[in-house]
Design a protein around this ligand. Structure first.
Ligand SMILES: *[C@@H]1O[C@H](CO)[C@@H](O)[C@H](O)[C@H]1NC(C)=O
Ligand SMILES: *[C@@H]1O[C@H](CO)[C@@H](O)[C@H](O)[C@H]1NC(C)=O
Ligand SMILES: *[C@@H]1O[C@H](CO)[C@@H](O)[C@H](O)[C@H]1NC(C)=O
Length: 269
């Protein structure tokens, strides 16, 4: 189809503009920064393109930059499983390419105690809502929630929601239950939303229209003037000339939407 080259071009432009953020990102399941001893955890390097040879590494109090599959964890491809975590697995985890490029890092705290604060592993976006749970292995606990050492709220239901998160909500959180004791502390980091979507959307749309629409427009003009030259006196059948132009514009819209969707979902941290 004749509208392909334009969007190939803008795909190339996409990867060009996004290359700074286009790196592996690390995710963890279950998605909590605190976990109980004995739980199963799966860490995964979500890869961008080709890059094989990514390793998952960690720093703990005892080890530095050790690789999954060696003394800890079981590695398959870009995934690393820990089947029975212990407090010594607490630390910071990240993915690293052979060239040394690193992903976002994740702090994981494993407790041998009976209370965890379930908080986001990844940074929270400014403006979002975030809910913290104070939990035992089986249920939420009525609890006091602390930020940077000060009591901020008492929640009988055991969970606390911070609405419309701002930079000032960043800090160290923990919870305390009178019946079960205290959770370990965890950092909650807040980031500004990526300024990617709207200006880029505009640029892609503009590029698509310029690259694809212009040749159509010009060739349509040429066709019209050809008709004019050949059949002077007779009006050219305008509808016949206009139809391909209209279709091209629709096809173009679809292709560009595809490109834009793939761009806006690419949030790497
Ligand atoms: C891991 O530990 C090393 C040595 O202490 C340090 O240089 C590095 O920044 C640490 N990595 C992370 C992601 O914290
Ligand atoms: C790791 O766990 C996932 C499920 O979370 C499973 O699909 C995969 O086979 C496991 N890999 C290993 C090496 O155990
Ligand atoms: C991990 O924890 C350290 C403190 O122990 C903190 O300085 C750092 O910001 C945390 N990193 C993330 C990604 O939360």
């Amino acid at each position: 189809m004749s509208n392909q080259p334009g969007c190939h071009f803008s795909v190339a432009l996409t990867s060009l503009l996004c290359c700074t953020t286009n790196q592996a990102s690390l995710s963890v399941s279950p998605s909590s920064s605190q976990l109980f001893e004995g739980q199963f955890v799966s860490l995964s390097c979500e890869e961008d393109d080709s890059s094989a040879g990514r390793t998952l590494r960690r720093n703990t109090t005892r080890e530095t930059r050790t690789e999954c599959g060696g003394k800890w964890g079981k590695s398959t491809g870009s995934m690393c499983n820990l089947s029975h975590i212990v407090p010594m697995d607490s630390g910071v985890y990240w993915c690293q390419s052979r060239e040394g490029a690193t992903s976002n890092s994740i702090n994981i705290t494993v407790t041998g105690g009976s209370v965890i604060l379930q908080s986001p592993v990844l940074p929270v976006m400014e403006g979002d809502d975030v809910t913290l749970h104070c939990k035992t292995k089986t249920s939420n606990l009525p609890a006091d929630f602390y930020k940077d050492g000060s009591l901020i709220r008492t929640e009988p239901a055991g969970h606390m929601t911070i609405h419309n998160v701002s930079m000032s909500d960043e800090g160290v959180y923990k919870c305390h239950s009178s019946s079960h004791g205290e959770s370990p502390p965890s950092w909650i980091t807040v980031t500004a939303p990526p300024p990617v979507s709207s200006p880029l959307q505009f640029v892609f749309r503009l590029v698509c229209y310029l690259v694809v629409f212009c040749p159509y427009f010009i060739s349509t003009l040429l066709m019209v003037s050809l008709y004019r030259h050949r059949s002077t006196g007779n009006d050219p059948p305008v509808s016949m000339v206009m139809t391909p132009l209209f279709q091209a514009e629709q096809g173009l819209d679809d292709d560009c939407d595809d490109v834009i969707v793939s761009v806006t979902t690419e949030h790497h941290f």
